[in-house]
Ligand binder design. Structure first.
Ligand SMILES: C[S@@+](CC[C@H](N)C(=O)[O-])C[C@H]1O[C@@H](n2cnc3c(N)ncnc32)[C@H](O)[C@@H]1O
Length: 210
């Protein structure tokens, strides 16, 4: 994927069931999962590598204010169309260093992007700094392809989170064909990670007010 020309892919990207979420059943399945991963209260969600904005739109429909960032101007143009008229901002930029200034978020949402970044551990540490106290990372990843698989296994991702995260929940997604528009056999999962403030050790209670 690191060599993919995302501008060239943008026009047909939504044709995959889990990309465009055009089938109402697939859309409902993702909406239900997302509701369980994002904070229960409406908040600020940063969708990194947002693509055409399908998950950004679901988050917005669930009441969140969304900032989407993608490196591909063509993807961002489609996301802007999809979220037109909503409380959402779509920016061209690098997920590893999002152009959001001093703004902080209640959740950083990243689907199918982290594994292809040059230094995933560094990106996770960067994203930790973009969260408000009590914020969370919602990472949807997997390992795709049988012969030369690409992606990031859940075990490796949770190990990368170990130095920065408190409670981490891994939700397996391969066994839910509604999410993918059919059966899949490879590894697919979501990780919801509550982030520890800098300096707080695993298992230590948060400081008052956090
Ligand atoms: C597989 S698509 C996933 C899109 C979206 N997250 C979704 O789940 O529908 C990968 C997206 O990541 C974007 N991307 C790849 N590398 C990026 C980077 N370094 N910074 C921001 N976006 C990036 C691509 O332009 C593409 O839109």
């Amino acid at each position: 994927m690191t060599n993919v020309d995302w501008d060239a892919e943008a026009a047909s990207f939504d044709e995959e069931p889990d990309h465009g979420l055009r089938d109402p059943e697939v859309r409902r399945a993702w909406a239900g999962r997302l509701r369980g991963w994002l904070p229960g209260r409406a908040g600020d969600v940063l969708d990194l590598g947002c693509g055409t904005g399908s998950l950004s739109l679901l988050a917005s429909e669930q009441g969140h204010r969304v900032t989407g960032v993608d490196l591909s101007p063509a993807m961002v143009a489609l996301a802007r169309e999809k979220l037109a008229g909503r409380d959402a901002v779509l920016l061209v930029g690098d997920a590893a260093a999002p152009p959001v200034g001093e703004e902080r978020f209640d959740a950083v949402l990243v689907r199918h992007v982290l594994w292809a970044l040059p230094d995933p551990g560094r990106a996770l540490r960067q994203w930790r700094g973009l969260l408000r106290p009590g914020g969370r990372l919602v990472l949807v990843e997997g390992v795709w392809g049988g012969i030369e698989p690409v992606g990031i296994p859940a075990e490796r991702l949770t190990a990368l989170l170990d130095p920065i995260a408190g409670p981490v929940r891994v939700e397996r997604l391969s066994n839910d064909p509604l999410l993918w528009g059919g059966q899949v056999t490879d590894e697919r999962y979501a990780v919801v990670a509550e982030i520890r403030p800098s300096g707080q050790k695993r298992g230590e209670p948060a400081a008052p007010g956090q």
